[in-house]
Design a protein around this ligand. Structure first.
Ligand SMILES: [Zn+2]
Length: 236
């Protein structure tokens, strides 16, 4: 099993699906992570240029804790993530061609801010373009129809999962991966008074209540022709 997870900011995958990613790794899957935005606007004091370097390093560290084979960074500035930009679609398509995934996980088509929803479109459109031979750039064309699962929205707002993954055994690793994003956790605590690790743990617990386990992550499939599969693509 080969898994490609595509998030917007460098910490979004850790928030929404890193328990599941860790579970895939523990079950022998190859997991690849990708963030489209560089997170350069994610601090009130640290300037964008140094911040994007810090955040890239934080994402690399988190990827190591999860056990990802590689963390891709498409390095788009915050608030400039644009699913109609052919360059970013081609970059995404090349990631898909390189990874050749059995399943892609990305943001819900609707979430709390534009860069997240644009990333969702970039993941699905980049996946489609990966199968177009005349748009192939660096790598051999792959498939336009890899199954996609949407991960939870921030704090689960407006998202009703149809699939749940029990991450009770992975919750501590999930929080450790999240805590690699020190620039964000510290900033949110000082700026907004939010204990973000507690929020993420609480959301996982809430999804756990819904399916009868201690901690869970929720997903729903991107149901379009012909991205269905007879395989069980999420870890048991
Ligand atoms: Zn984000």
């Amino acid at each position: 099993m080969i898994v490609l997870a595509v998030g917007c900011h460098p910490d979004d995958l850790e928030i929404a699906c890193s328990g599941t990613l860790r579970k895939y790794v523990e079950q022998g899957a190859d997991v690849y992570m990708c963030h489209v935005a560089n997170g350069c606007q994610g601090h009130v004091v640290i300037e964008p240029d140094p911040l994007k370097e810090i955040r890239a390093r934080e994402a690399e560290e988190a990827g190591k804790i999860i056990g990802a084979k590689k963390v891709f960074n498409l390095d788009v500035d915050d608030m400039e993530v644009d699913s109609h930009d052919p360059a970013v679609i081609d970059a995404m398509a090349d990631v898909v061609r390189f990874v050749r995934p059995d399943v892609i996980i990305t943001h819900n088509a609707d979430d709390y801010m534009q860069d997240h929803t644009e990333t969702s479109r970039i993941a699905t459109n980049g996946s489609f373009c990966s199968g177009l031979h005349h748009r192939a750039r660096k790598y051999e064309a792959f498939s336009s129809f890899v199954p996609v699962f949407y991960m939870d929205t921030l704090a689960g707002v407006g998202f009703q999962p149809t699939h749940y993954v029990d991450i009770t055994a992975q919750i501590d690793t999930k929080i450790r991966a999240l805590e690699c994003h020190e620039s964000q956790l510290k900033w949110m605590f000082e700026h907004d008074g939010i204990d973000f690790a507690d929020m993420v743990r609480t959301c996982s617990k809430y999804r756990g209540y819904q399916c009868g386990v201690a901690y869970a992550e929720g997903f729903k499939p991107y149901n379009v022709y012909p991205r269905y599969s007879t395989r069980n693509l999420l870890p048991d």
